[in-house]
Design a protein around this ligand. Structure first.
Ligand code: 9G3
Length: 567
């Protein structure tokens, strides 16, 4: 391609609201342009990179035995009503009416569509297992789209769905997809980790998220540097050790009230009483299925709402208001587990063994000191309802756990029969018995992968593409396009490289050398060739974008050099 003709509007500066590096670079390098909040056009270079990712996804999906198809984005509301999700999802599910006033959803995901299709077309166990996939635009009306393609309202997803006759069959389908994901993200040049995750509203059992490591990532992953353990913070567990300072044998001092006027936060209390937060027991009052519950946790740690919901067996929990707290006979900021009747208590294991702890006194401006959990809360129920804290150890091998931020680029789920039962997708087995199909579903955020690749492959000069994803492999620059000899040599190189199968962008623009070199660094293709002052000696300059190494080559060596560089 000759750059003179390419639609590639590069920018020096970007709008201030572009916070993520990849978002800024995709705008500056002319890969995307925003149409509306969370909604983007792909310009030619952006679409080429997106296309390479799709090719890798297709190759690995096909190799894993999945079959590509394509489903509509317009879903009749009846489908989502049949699965019960029409009312579960709120404004995030985009809805519209057709000319007859019939209601439709814009597809946010396709469990309903695919399960209904398979229900109608597959009846015998002989046709299982079956894994179908599509690469298709999804619509989710995010409340706060941000970071460019990382969280958009219209985005490209590869979503696959597996149908098996048994759980062991599902396990095999799941593993095949898992392995394909490892290949896909590796080939895309991503640093990633597969982490145990929470299955959330979609339900099902096992589920793993594939996290691209990046500081801009919204997810926190907990991983063990020594063994393979890795989990999303939503699900991660570690082992806590209460130091002897907080579990020392206490002579039988009884809990005593201490005046703590206006002291309601852990930080204030820790400073006021000159004690560590580890010695304070935080009481978090929530409403679960209309019932008040107080969750107790060590003062330096945080309640994990997802774990708490699982332990309480509810879908939703809300914080109690001040009036609701008062109705319990307590007062906000001074809630404690002692002296409250008829309130369910749940204790995080982090408070187990604390002997000289401080809790709210359920009285304004008072706390209780010298609480011995074993003595005062003898029959309390312990559970793991916390976010893993800094310094906790791996429950598998004991090594201290590490934390990292990640971008969720893939998510694989064992769905079970959740959709096949609600939508009636069943098969007849050898004995003519009808059984619900056992499903899995597997997503990759294809447009999110593009942004994640750029997050991980960029520097202060611009993008530095992994070879497999670069819009073009080679950037051919002619310095002084008015120089006949240089243009002739450039044309010769462009033709021979293209014929050899390399994708080449030839910068034939009438621009100063500095502009061309800066743009080449910004666009970041792996290999830059410059036809300049030694053109008449048939010598060109090469510069490798990633390594930065620069060297001269004579034209005769060029083809073999490019072949070895790219293989
Ligand atoms: C919705 C809306 C948002 C959603 C969903 C449905 C997330 C929804 C979970 C999944 C599960 C898997 C197949 C590919 C892999 C992920 N956000 N999820 O179901 F209506 Cl508005 O999408 N689906």
């Amino acid at each position: 391609m000759r750059q003179q003709r390419l639609l590639n509007p590069t920018l020096r500066d970007v709008p201030g609201d572009a916070e993520a590096a990849s978002h800024r670079l995709m705008l500056r390098a002319g890969l995307i342009r925003q149409l509306s909040s969370g909604i983007y056009s792909y310009l030619p270079l952006g679409l080429k990179a997106l296309g390479h990712i799709q090719t890798i996804v297709r190759e690995e999906m096909d190799r894993a035995g999945a079959q590509e198809m394509l489903m509509p984005a317009l879903h009749p509301a009846e489908l989502w009503k049949a699965s019960g999700r029409w009312d579960v999802y709120g404004p995030e599910l985009m809805r519209l009416q057709d000319r007859h006033g019939r209601e439709f959803a814009l597809g946010a995901t396709h469990e309903e569509v695919i399960t209904t299709l398979v229900k109608d077309e597959i009846h015998s166990y002989k046709k299982l297992p079956l894994t179908l996939y599509q690469i298709q635009t999804k619509y989710r009306d995010e409340r706060r789209p941000r970071f460019g393609l990382l969280r958009g309202r219209e985005f490209l997803m590869k979503d696959a769905y597996s149908f098996d006759r048994s759980t062991s069959g599902l396990d095999a389908s799941y593993q095949a997809m898992f392995d394909a994901y490892v290949n896909i993200f590796t080939r895309c040049g991503l640093q990633f980790r597969a982490v145990e995750a929470d299955s959330g509203a979609i339900g099902g059992t096992d589920t793993h998220e594939f996290m691209a490591l990046a500081d801009v990532g919204e997810d926190t992953i907990v991983h063990c540097p020594a063994c393979q353990y890795a989990a999303n913070l939503e699900k991660a567990s570690g082992t806590i050790t209460n130091t002897s300072a907080t579990t020392a044998e206490m002579p039988n001092t009884q809990p005593a009230k201490v005046h703590t006027p206006g002291i309601t936060s852990i930080k204030q209390l820790s400073q006021f009483l000159r004690i560590e937060p580890q010695q304070i027991i935080k009481s978090v009052a929530v409403q679960a299925n209309g019932e008040p519950v107080i969750a107790l946790i060590r003062g330096d740690l945080e309640i994990n709402e997802i774990k708490l919901k699982h332990v309480l067996g509810v879908d939703e929990i809300t914080m109690l208001s001040e009036t609701e707290i008062a109705a319990l006979g307590s007062i906000a900021g001074f809630i404690g587990p002692i002296g409250l009747s008829s309130v369910r208590l749940i204790a995080d294991s982090s408070i187990q063994g604390l002997t000289d702890a401080v809790v709210g006194a359920n009285e304004a401006d008072y706390h209780l000191q010298h609480v011995d959990v074993q003595r005062e809360l003898a029959d309390i129920l312990y559970a793991d309802v916390r976010n893993v804290g800094q310094g906790e150890n791996c429950s598998h091998c004991g090594h201290e756990l590490a934390f990292a931020k990640g971008i969720e680029v893939g998510h694989v789920f064992k769905l079970g029969t959740k959709y096949s039962e609600s939508l009636g997708a069943s098969f007849t087995d050898e004995n003519g018995l009808s059984e619900p199909m056992i499903m899995g579903c597997y997503g990759i955020g294809v447009s999110r992968v593009l942004a994640a690749v750029i997050e991980q492959h960029q520097d202060e000069r611009g993008i530095s593409w992994p070879n497999a994803i670069a819009p073009y492999s080679i950037h051919l620059l002619t310095v002084q396009v008015k120089d006949e000899a240089r243009m002739t040599l450039s044309e010769e190189l462009y033709l021979s490289l293209t014929r050899a199968g390399f994708s080449v962008l030839w910068d034939d623009r009438e621009e100063r050398p500095g502009v061309k070199f800066n743009d080449a660094d910004l666009l970041g293709f792996p290999l830059r060739l410059t036809v300049g002052k030694k053109a008449n000696e048939r010598i060109i300059e090469c510069k490798e974008r990633r390594s930065g190494s620069a060297y001269e080559l004579n034209v005769e060596q060029l083809l073999t050099h490019c072949q070895s560089f790219f293989n």
